[in-house]
Write a protein that binds this ligand. Sequence first.
Ligand code: ZN
Length: 510
Amino acid sequence: MALDRELFESLCIRAREAMLLHSAADALEWDERTGMPIAAGPYRAQQVSTLRAKVHRIRTDARYGEDVQRLMETAGDEDPHGDVGATVRELHRDWNRDRKLPETLVEQTAQATVRGQQAWDAARKADDFGMFRDTLHTVLQLKREAGERLSEDTDQTVYEALLDEYEPGAKVDEIQRVFDEVRTPLVDLISQIKNAPRQPDTEAIERTFNIDRQRDFSHHVAEAIGFDFDRGRLDVTSHPFCTTLGPDDCRILTRYDPHWLPSGLFGTLHEAGHGMYEQGLRGGEWFGLPPGSYVSLGIHESQSRLWENQVGRSRAFWDWLFPQTQQAFSPELDHVSLDTFHFAVNAVRPSLIRVEADEATYNLHILIRFDLERRLIEGTLSVDELPSAWNERYESDLGVRPDSDADGVLQDVHWSAGLFGYFPTYTLGNLAAAQLFKAASDHIGDLEPMFARGEFRPLLDWLRERIHYFGRCYSGPQLVGQATGSPLSADHLVTYLRSKLEPLYGISPA
Ligand code: ZN
């Protein structure tokens, strides 16, 4: 039986209408996190939750459900990875998840998470987990209920059903296997680095850097690597992120620290990487539909980490950018050498804050969160036990113990926003970034001389053609497999880190 084209078009129209409302809610959330007056919070929570509920209603009404099922039954003749076939498959997948969540739960969750983020922000500023405890408890209960409902009629655990929203089809056992593969070599490398003959001097990047100049410079760097400012903008927030409000409207947000130059600079490279993925997705009729949507958060993160790290912390990148950096931050960097600067931005030091962690220790921060959030969802760890469990894990895994909640359990916005199952996608992204970058270097040829000339287009085009263009037509693991010729593995990240860090630190190769 051939696909009913008229029905397909009618379903797309309804999916686009849902997307219009969805992106309107995203715009309100962007505003909330960039400049909304604090007193506007309660009304904003109502606005956002009303829109989210309306979206949910469109995507779950009885007629929509019947139509998406009918299309799914007749989609057999379509190429499953073509635009039409993939649209039917993925809209059916989304519907099959959405329909399990009652509207009241969606609305309650939307309100609780807006309030949760406000409570988190206040608690973090006051350095007081107690102020956040009750809202976190509420959000956790709601997410657990969602996970229980979503896991019905599947082979997923409650946690996997939540994870599935960010990393479709991912299994905890598989993630655990790859994480175990990466943990031991990273711990070895970090301990070798601790005892290495050479150590970086980071004093030069800890001087006082004017915020306005940092802002101008970040804008310049984002534009140079390929973020399109005719179709996007860069703003300031307390917790950097990237959001797309329309086919030609991508917003990236960063934060600047007057005493830590890498914060704003690498934060911007990171978010610009996310933004360039969003800008590389197909717009027009496919905007907001599966062919024009990002495939998974792991793939999203692979794009941000690739630009932040494989590109932004490479020697060739600084061969190009360092003279301009010195010019932008004179006299602060006048007598600093390129060698000193490059080693400083690649310093490996176990620390408390994930978003400021170096590439080697970063994944240990994620592994801690992956374990703790699974226990929270499973109910084997209570909200009250969380701060001390957090501190103990930091001490045992990273050798540092937070002396405040703000630098400990309150540092990330995720749980306040109900994002359980989100953290592992960061490490999946790091692994994919290293693997994709290696494949791009093999295909395009030596990227270093290009970076040294400030040429990033060939790399961006390679990613556009193999990852961005396909949207959700293939799964994340399929895209990585096709682009690199092998399934996701931990080896590429370890090889990449060793080949960069061993010479810097004067470690003899293992
Ligand atoms: Zn990111």
